[in-house]
Design a protein around this ligand. Structure first.
Ligand code: FES
Ligand SMILES: [Fe+2]
Length: 458
């Protein structure tokens, strides 16, 4: 619906905070929701060169070599011998299922003259380099050195592929090329703890879409790290997404994870005086492409949009998982929690479908990014894990909306996309040496840059 922008009050504080929503919800939300961030990082501006300069991009290489990063899903490599090629900022890695319950990762580079061992993901009994035939077993040990007599210094027993750290969490496979990597449990705190209840052993990749976008990887990612832009970029959603009631959490002692929690099925403070609960409900449902008109209903007396959506989502999640979710809080069934894992990943929690994003420099460019969007779906415990959705790699002239599997999200992502090239061009055009960030609503962006500074190669 359209809103009268003239009637929008100059807000100084939200109508409801996220904690107010939790207080009013049915079933107490987990303690994780009450853990408010404590990291006040001040108000200093950022240097626009962090997004535009090649020199800064080159300094970031040291960071990519030292951080935990999501390489693929476990279901991308379900069988022994399956491997996934994961690439970022010139680096290339092989993620291999070596045994039924063992996944290893190696740099995807032949130890002879350096050809990439595999050009794309697939299945192999062993890795034979296509150039001269040097061969390694799945476990990385050397299986064949052609013309061994001609390599008098090589010893087969010590010519293994170098292994890098590889761990799994919630069905994701993470790697870290740094031999001295921080333990992943420490790196992923508090998301690993907060996401404990959500049946990840019953999860699979149900939607996977990607698109190359103009803009530094941080420009693209930061478009999704605050809800402050909703009123101007997504005016159609503020009747059912409380952009102003968001909670933004950064933690001083947890530099790799931050979050924002966005109240859904609730009107923004900006328009709350212009809508009824039925309006909020209708608007929310209108954005749900999987539901047809016949599902629309009139709210019962005393029912709110939030309780109605919670009940519907509870029923859907119970059907998908086969579990009893009657004790689960409304927040866990309704809201959007955007947990960011440094440097370039975003994962939603709750009982699903859970969105996720990943942002990688495209073809080693400081001004182009491959953005991936997906949904993690649930399956009943006693059923085998479905195959992952094939990657729908949109062409440059396609819109997110063309990916029908994204449903109503595609239109919203297209709105976000309209800002990205404009931001990159503006940052290149600016005479000013600083970019401003809001103290609270953009604190996650500041946190990410602070953490990046910890890894830069000076
Ligand atoms: S480069 Fe791989 S076998 Fe020669
Ligand atoms: Fe947006």
């Amino acid at each position: 619906m359209g809103y009268d922008l003239e009637k929008i009050p100059a807000q100084t504080s939200p109508h409801s905070t996220y904690q107010d929503y939790l207080d009013a919800d049915r079933n107490e939300a987990p303690r994780a929701f009450r853990e408010v961030g404590n990291d006040d990082m001040g108000t200093a501006p950022l240097d626009p060169k962090r997004y535009t300069s090649r020199e800064f991009y080159e300094r970031e290489r040291a960071m990519w070599d030292k951080v935990w990063q999501m390489a693929c899903r476990e279901e991308h490599i379900p069988n022994v011998g399956d491997y996934h090629v994961y690439e970022i900022a010139k680096r290339s890695y092989l993620i291999v299922r070596v045994e039924e319950n063992l996944i290893k990762a190696y740099p995807n580079v032949c130890l002879h003259r350096g050809r990439k061992l595999r050009d794309e993901s697939g299945h192999a009994e062993q890795f034979r380099c296509p150039f001269h035939g040097f061969t390694w077993a799945l476990d990385g040990s050397s299986a064949h050195i052609p013309c061994e007599w001609d390599f008098p210094d090589l010893k087969q027993e010590s010519f293994s592929l170098p292994e890098i750290h590889c761990e799994t969490w919630a069905g994701w496979v993470f790697i870290n090329p740094d031999p001295d990597a921080m333990p992943i449990d420490q790196y992923l705190d508090p998301i690993k703890r907060h996401y404990e209840p959500y049946l990840w052993d019953q999860s699979y990749l149900g939607v996977h879409v990607g698109k190359v976008l103009k803009g530094n990887w941080k420009v693209i990612q930061e478009a999704f790290m605050e809800s402050f832009h909703s009123l101007d970029t997504h005016p159609q959603i503020v009747g059912s997404v409380d952009d102003f009631g968001c909670q933004y959490d950064t933690w001083q002692d947890k530099p790799h994870v931050n979050r924002m929690m966005v109240p859904f099925a609730a009107a923004s403070s900006y328009v709350i005086d212009q809508v009824t609960q039925q309006d909020v409900y209708d608007e929310w449902r209108g954005r749900r492409p999987t539901e047809s008109d016949q599902d629309y209903r009139t709210l019962e007396p005393g029912e709110t949009a939030r309780t109605a959506v919670a009940d519907e989502n509870r029923a859907m999640a119970e059907a998908a998982t086969g579990e009893d979710l009657s004790k689960v809080s409304d927040a866990e069934l309704v809201d959007g929690w955007y947990y960011n894992i440094f440097p370039n990943m975003m994962f939603w929690g709750g009982y699903g479908p859970n969105m996720w994003y990943r942002f990688r420099p495209w073809q080693d460019s400081e001004s182009e990014t491959l953005m991936e969007v997906g949904y993690i779906l649930r399956h009943p415990k006693d059923q085998p894990k479905p195959a992952p959705a094939p990657f729908n790699f949109l062409t440059l002239d396609q819109k997110w909306e063309d990916a029908e599997e994204l449903g109503g999200l595609g239109f919203v992502l297209d709105q976000d996309t309209t800002n990205m090239a404009g931001v990159q061009d503006g940052l290149n055009a600016t005479f000013r040496p600083e970019v401003q960030l809001a103290h609270y609503q953009e604190n996650r962006i500041r946190r990410t840059h602070r953490t990046l500074d910890m890894y830069l190669d000076d």
